[in-house]
Design a protein around this ligand. Structure first.
Ligand code: DX5
Length: 221
């Protein structure tokens, strides 16, 4: 199997030093960087507008992905692609016309992703895998960093892995929420290949580079 990808979330960063924080994540070996975009409606918190992401873009040597935890993703897609996000992830729960939204993301020149909340079944993506470059199985209820991993999502991760294999398409399977060097083992064993980490990584005593390396090792254990 492909080596695990470690994608830090910027959510725990010091927002007064975003350029430096992004540079540190790149130096730590991040494969990509995830922007947790929250609109205060789909989830209670309110975070990064596209201008903030654009301002940080020049400080990064790795790609940006936008995780749009927003009620109306279609209204924002273009701005986050223009801000420099090469991958845009929308929540299936926020998309009345998910197939069209995913096609629109690709039409804008970015890769498309669809996120599923813990309660949302894997079958939700059964008919859109040909429009999808990544499926994100949330392992917490979105909206906050620092929450506990939800093991009940693991059967869904395994189901998604099978669906992707049967589709024959190069769709990445990502997990986000409560990922540590311990929970990453079960998520990886269930079939996830891309791991978002926020609070655990920022709290790691030996620094971010050691945290990224620890996650890579633990995913393969
Ligand atoms: C949830 C966010 C968080 C964040 C990572 O809305 O998406 O999952 O990316 O947070 P941790 O790693 O602290 O759970």
């Amino acid at each position: 199997p492909a080596p695990p990808l470690v994608v830090p979330s910027v959510l725990p960063a010091d927002f007064s030093r975003l350029g430096d924080e992004v540079r540190e994540l790149c130096e730590a070996g991040a494969d990509r960087i995830q922007w947790d975009v929250m609109d205060g409606v789909f989830v209670p918190d309110l975070t990064f507008g596209p201008d903030v992401v654009a301002a940080a873009r020049e400080h990064s040597t790795v790609g940006f992905e936008a995780h749009l935890m927003v009620a109306d993703p279609d209204a924002l897609l273009e701005r986050y692609v223009e801000a420099g996000c090469e991958l845009v992830i929308v929540h299936a729960e926020a998309c009345t016309h998910l197939h069209r939204t995913l096609a629109r993301i690709r039409g804008l020149g970015a890769r498309s992703g669809v996120a599923l909340n813990p309660h949302t079944p894997a079958d939700t993506v059964a008919h859109v895998l040909d429009e999808t470059d990544l499926v994100l199985a949330m392992t917490v209820n979105p909206g906050f960093g620092g929450q506990s991993y939800i093991p009940a999502v693991e059967p869904k991760i395994a189901t998604l892995r099978r669906m992707i294999a049967e589709s024959g398409r190069p769709v990445e399977l990502e997990v986000d929420g409560g990922i540590t060097d311990r929970t990453i083992r079960a998520a990886s064993a269930a079939g996830a290949g891309v791991f978002i980490s926020g609070s655990w990584m920022y709290a790691y005593p030996d620094g971010k580079k050691a945290a990224v390396e620890r996650l890579r090792t633990a995913a393969a254990e």
